[in-house]
Write a protein that binds this ligand. Structure first.
Ligand code: ADP
Ligand code: MG
Length: 381
């Protein structure tokens, strides 16, 4: 769906790139929600996406060193953001032990890695405990590089970040894109068939404005829901049954007005909303029907952002109804992404019904909006 003019291609790995029993430094995106020391059920989709590459590498006899981050500890150790619970969950998902090493790159980790048997996996501690990671530090990248013989990046969700484990590391090891990264780039770059319908919701419109501009030039319809729709309605002087919607800043109002002026013919707004305790928390039944009718004629559907406050029992009907509509559409290529959106689909066991479920929230929005993707650029040849 992205307009690409890249002449370069991602370097992907083939069996002969990776020697038997090589140490493979595998960067993954496992930044999943954890409650009471366990990965929340709706975080499991992201972990499952790692299975194909890990299996292929293990079959090759590789020794896999998983590297990843969790949350934003800001370069300091925060025990609440340890990757230990993720390593435990991965042990189940991958059906093979993932030994957790409570250290970053360095001598302690090295000792464990040196003793690894072929076909086994270890996972290092949260990279963002160390200031060098987010600074894209050469010293930190070199320390990481010492933990492997080759580097494979399978963390699409982090590719919009210029961090040491994404960018600097590629200067010190032979570096490849993992199959998940390749799949994301392929799916999100594919040329769309028409009608191309975009369903857009979520809390704030602000983070999605560049994306809307990108998609509006190619889509046949953009259907607004969630807080984003409220901002659009408010900015364009539609009567709302509630006070000024949450999160609406003056800047957003101006942006929402100019979107409406530019693309009025393809933008669709809710005709009714569900009000609960003075807050518009969902799209209403007439809107659900109208949107479902448009979606059912589409040949390509891109969806990001819930239609309402899905965390509330009064606010998830619209999102679920349209999720089911899209899941049932036979003739459309269906692409969905966004942290909350995918978590919701996972909860209702609908992820398998989509052509592509992106693992990148912010990264997917950045990629589609045509922003810089330093993590991908570092893997191009
Ligand atoms: P995603 O992570 O899928 O990209 P966002 O982060 O943009 O989605 O938005 C998700 C959040 O949007 C949800 O937590 C949901 O509660 C909120 N939201 C959706 N509709 C509304 C609304 N009408 N009012 C307030 N919050 C909303
Ligand atoms: Mg989100």
């Amino acid at each position: 769906m992205k307009k690409t003019n890249a002449h370069k291609t991602l370097v992907t790995w083939h069996a002969n790139d990776i020697a038997r029993d090589a140490r493979v430094l595998l960067r993954v995106d496992v930044n999943v929600p954890i409650a009471h020391g366990r990965v929340a059920p709706y975080g499991m989709h992201r972990l499952r996406t790692l299975v194909p590459d890990v299996t292929r590498l293990l079959n090759r006899g590789a020794r896999i060193v998983l590297i990843a981050h969790r949350g934003d500890p800001g370069g300091r150790v925060d025990p609440d953001l340890s990757l230990a619970p993720v390593a435990r969950a991965l042990t189940k998902v991958l059906e093979t032990p993932v030994r957790f090493v409570p250290h970053g790159p360095g001598e302690d980790a090295q000792r464990v890695i040196d003793r690894m048997a072929p076909g086994t996996i270890v996972m290092l501690e949260n990279l963002r405990f160390f200031p060098g990671e987010e600074k894209n530090s050469v010293a930190f990248a070199k320390a990481l590089a010492a933990c492997g013989d080759v580097f494979v990046n399978n963390a699409f969700g982090v590719c919009h970040r210029k961090h040491a484990s994404m960018v600097a590391i590629t200067k010190y090891l032979p570096s490849f894109a993992g199959s998940l990264v390749v799949q994301e780039v392929t799916m999100l770059s594919a040329r769309e068939s028409h009608p191309f319908v975009v369903l857009l919701g979520g809390a704030k419109i602000q983070t999605k404005i560049p994306l809307i501009h990108q998609l509006a030039s190619r889509a046949d319809a953009i259907l607004f829901g969630g807080g984003a729709a409220l901002t659009m309605l408010y900015a364009n002087d539609h009567a709302l049954p509630v006070k000024a919607p949450l999160f609406t800043k003056n800047k957003d109002v101006a942006a929402a007005r100019s979107l409406m002026q530019k693309y009025a013919s393809i933008l669709h707004m809710p005709s009714d909303v569900v009000v609960h305790r003075g807050q518009a928390i969902d799209i209403g039944p007439a809107t659900i029907d109208a949107y479902a009718a448009i979606l059912s004629k589409a040949r390509t559907i891109f969806w990001n952002g819930p239609m309402g406050v899905i965390e509330s029992e009064h606010g998830f009907d619209g999102t679920l109804a349209l999720a089911r509509t899209i899941a049932n559409s036979r003739k459309a290529t269906t692409i969905v992404g966004g942290g909350e959106t995918v978590a919701f689909l996972d909860e209702f066991h609908l992820t398998d019904c989509f052509t592509h479920v992106s693992t990148g929230g912010g990264a997917m929005l950045a990629f589609l909006a045509g922003d810089a993707m330093p993590g991908l650029d570092a893997l191009l040849s």
